[in-house]
Design a protein around this ligand. Structure first.
Ligand code: SAH
Length: 245
């Protein structure tokens, strides 16, 4: 096997004040191999080079749950996390590998992707991971999922206000949504503010950072749920994207 992921212990330490255990490094490696394998049948990711995979999938996924370079303190036993539009498992799979005492729901609208995720869960023995096939617009109206999660993660699914409309209904009061972004311009904040207000949230912080190897710019938007989301949100399938808040 020539596709060996780098360890990057020093970078993990410097950037997130953390290092993977031998077991976690093994799970990252296995995840990488399964994705390379899965890529032959499914279009999972363009990112296949080991360094690039480490940076853009592993490091990026974990940076989002480490605002101010420290893992969110509430990532502990009993905390329920949902990853909306997880695709090949990002950011959710690296997050559950790192915080295995949380429970995580890996959700996507594509059945084929979720079948692949189920294989990952079995192979990596991720006992606290569950899967869910569905559209965020429907899941957010379902009593079993609405207002039950502590943390919602969402990367590369849509515009920020669309992500907010998908994520905030799923959160408990006091819960946190993390929206992963590439670029973010100051002017976009006002529009997002307006959307988030209507959904019962506030923008708690926006963090800008650069990735440690290629020095690409990233942003994470942290939204806090401070009031109940009105019953009409999320709107019907397709409406949040067609007519974003
Ligand atoms: N989060 C992953 C995948 C991003 S691609 C990553 O960052 O690598 C976007 C994914 O979101 C796709 O797998 C797509 O099926 C899913 N998706 C898009 N709209 C959705 C919706 N409304 N509800 C649930 N999943 C959705």
């Amino acid at each position: 096997m020539t596709n060996l992921l780098p360890e990057m212990a020093e970078i993990w330490q410097q950037t997130l004040n953390w290092q993977p255990t031998v077991q976690q490094q093994g799970q990252f490696q296995r995840l990488y191999e399964l994705i390379l394998e899965g890529n032959r049948q499914l279009n999972l990711t363009r990112i296949t080079d080991p360094q690039e995979f480490w940076e853009k999938h592993l490091w990026d996924s974990l940076r989002g749950i480490a605002p101010q370079r420290q893992f969110i303190p509430s990532l502990q036993e009993g905390t329920s996390v949902i990853d909306i539009g997880t695709g090949a498992g990002f950011p959710g799979v690296p997050v559950i590998i790192t915080a295995p005492i949380c429970t995580i729901t890996l959700m996507d609208s594509t059945r084929k992707k979720i079948s692949f995720i189920e294989k990952i869960i079995t192979e990596l023995d991720l006992i606290n991971a569950k899967t869910l096939v569905g559209r965020a617009e429907e899941i957010g109206q379902h009593p079993q999922h609405r207002q039950v999660y502590d943390i919602a993660l969402i990367r590369a699914v849509g515009a920020a206000s669309v992500c907010a409309e998908y994520a905030l209904p799923l959160l408990k009061l006091g819960g946190l949504a993390v929206i992963y972004r590439g670029n973010w311009a100051e002017e976009e904040t006002t529009a997002l503010q307006n959307a988030v207000n209507q959904l019962g949230g506030v923008i708690e912080s926006i963090e800008k950072f650069t990735t440690p190897l290629s020095h690409s710019v990233r942003h994470c938007l942290y939204l806090r749920k401070v009031a109940n989301t009105p019953a009409n949100f999320p709107r019907a399938v397709g409406i949040p994207t067609q007519n974003s808040l």
